[in-house]
Design a binder for this molecule. Structure first.
Ligand code: HEC
Ligand code: HEC
Length: 342
C-alpha cells in the first residue's frame, strides 16, 4: 500500500515532495500525519526518509511497549521511560535485563522531536539511529538488531504491520523508523506555564509561581542562559559545575576526547521536572531544593565550569518561589495521554 513517486508527479496527493519524477525511490506512506503542535512551539523537523503516518506511529508504540525487544523478553523501552515520569524513570539508574545497571539516569523523552542530537554526550545523531543503543547495550536490552528482526518476523501480527507500513518484513530499517515516529508524538506543551505564557490564561500561575518565574528569567540567577526557549534548553553541551570530579563519566569528552569537554552534558529540558527526580546525568541529586542551593553556591569550580554558573543569593522564600515555578512546568494532561500508552 504505497504511493510511488509517479503519483507525486501527477500531483494527485497534494503533497509537496521535491523528489525527481524519474526516480522511483520516493515512498510516501498513506495517511500522512500532522503532529498537534502546542502553542509557542515550532513544527519539528521530520526526516525526509521517515515521514509520519498513523499506522507507523501505532507500530512504533507497540514496539516501544514490547519487552520482546530485549534478549529475554523482560525489558521494554517503557521499563525505563515511564509515562508517569514524563518518559523518564524515578530511580537514579534503571535496571536492564537480569538487573544489570548502566551508568546514566534515564532522561525524559518529552518533546524529543525537537532535540537535535541524542544522548547526554551527543554521541548518537538521530532518533532513527538511537534505538540501536538500548537494544544492543549489554546493560539495557542486551539483544541484537538482526536477531530481533528475526524474532519479529516469526510474529504474524508484526509481519502484517511492517508490510502495511514499510512494504517489507520486520527489519532494522522499519524497527528504528517506527520507534522514532512514535517518539516524535511524545509531545508535552500544556503545563500551567504554557497556559499562562502561550494560551493567554493569566490565572494559570499563582503569585508565588510568577515570582519564581521572574527569578528564573533574571540575569542575576541566570538559569535562562542555558535553560532557554520553549524547550528550556539551548541544546548546548555545558559543564554546570555540579561535580568536582567527572572521572566516572566525562560527558561530552567521551565522544570528542577533548579535555576541555570534560564534565559537559547536553543541557536538559526542565519541562515536567517535578516528576523526573532524581536529577543530573547520574541521578545523584534527589531534590530541586538541593539543585537550587548548589547553583546558588556557584558550582564546584571545575576547570570547565561554564562562566554562566555564578554564586547568587536567594532567601528561603525566594527559593521556594523558584521551586514553585519549576513545578508549574508539569503537564498533567501529558502524563495521562491515552494516545501515548500501550
Ligand atoms: C535500561 C533502561 C533503558 C531502556 C530499556 C531504554 N532506555 Fe532510553 N535511555 C536510557 C538512559 C539511561 C538514557 C541516557 C543515555 C545517555 O545519555 O547516554 C536513555 C536515552 C534515550 C534517548 C535519548 C534522549 C536524549 O534526550 O538524548 C532516547 C531517544 C531513548 N533513550 C529512547 C529509548 C528507546 C526507543 C528505547 C527502546 C528501544 C529505550 N530508550 C530503552 C535508559 C533506557
Ligand atoms: C551553564 C548552563 C546552565 C545554567 C546557567 C543552569 N543550568 Fe541547569 N543544567 C545544566 C546542565 C548541563 C545540566 C545537566 C548536568 C548533568 O546532567 O550532570 C543541568 C541540569 C539541571 C537540572 C536537572 C535536570 C535533570 O533532568 O536532571 C535542573 C532542575 C536544573 N538544571 C535547573 C537549573 C536552574 C533552576 C538554574 C538556575 C538557577 C540552572 N539550572 C542553571 C546547565 C545549566
Amino acid at each position: 500500500m504505497q504511493l510511488k513517486s509517479f503519483l507525486i508527479c501527477t500531483g494527485l496527493t497534494g503533497l509537496i515532495v521535491l523528489q525527481a519524477c524519474e526516480t522511483d525511490v520516493a515512498i510516501i506512506e498513506p495517511n500522512e500525519y500532522l503532529l498537534q503542535i502546542p502553542a509557542g512551539f515550532t513544527y519539528p523537523e521530520i526526516p525526509e526518509d521517515n515521514p509520519l503516518s498513523a499506522d507507523k506511529i501505532a507500530l512504533g508504540r507497540k514496539l516501544f511497549y514490547d519487552p520482546a525487544l530485549s534478549v529475554d523478553s523482560t525489558i521494554s523501552c517503557a521499563s525505563c521511560h515511564k509515562i508517569e515520569n514524563a518518559f523518564a524513570d524515578h530511580i537514579a539508574i534503571s535496571k536492564g535485563v537480569e538487573g544489570r545497571l548502566g551508568f546514566r539516569n534515564a532522561p525524559t523523552l518529552a518533546n524529543i522531536a525537537w532535540v537535535p542530537v541524542m544522548t547526554m554526550d551527543g554521541g548518537n545523531p538521530t532518533l532513527e539511529t538511537q534505538p540501536y543503543i538500548p537494544i544492543e547495550t549489554h546493560e539495557e536490552m542486551g539483544f541484537n538488531m538482526v536477531l530481533l528482526s528475526e524474532r519479529l518476523q516469526a510474529d504474524p501480527e508484526y509481519t502484517m504491520a511492517f508490510q502495511d507500513v514499510f512494504n517489507r518484513m520486520p527489519d532494522p530499517f522499519g524497527i528504528t523508523r517506527a520507534l522514532a515516529a512514535f517518539e516524535r508524538t511524545i509531545i508535552s506543551g500544556n503545563a500551567r506555564y504554557d497556559q499562562y505564557m502561550y494560551q493567554g490564561n493569566v490565572e494559570a500561575l499563582t503569585e508565588a509561581e510568577i515570582r519564581g518565574m521572574d527569578i528564573f528569567f533574571s540575569t542575576e540567577v541566570g538559569c535562562v542562559n542555558c535553560h532557554s526557549g520553549f524547550m528550556f534548553t539551548n541544546s548546548a553541551f555545558e559543564n554546570n559545575g555540579f561535580f568536582a570530579d567527572y572521572s566516572t563519566d566525562s560527558g561530552r569528552a567521551r565522544i570528542t576526547t577533548l579535555s576541555t569537554d570534560v564534565g559537559k552534558f547536553k543541557v536538559p529540558t526542565l519541562r515536567n521536572i517535578g516528576v523526573t527526580a532524581p536529577y543530573m546525568h547520574n541521578g545523584s541529586v534527589a531534590t530541586l531544593q538541593e539543585i537550587i542551593q548548589q547553583y546558588a553556591a556557584g558550582g564546584s569550580g571545575h576547570e570547565n565550569q561554564s562562566a554562566f554558573i555564578q554564586p547568587f543569593l536567594l532567601t528561603e522564600s525566594q527559593q521556594n518561589d523558584l521551586i514553585a515555578f519549576l513545578l508549574s512546568l508539569t503537564d498533567e494532561q501529558f502524563l495521562t495521554n491515552t494516545n501515548l500508552v500501550e
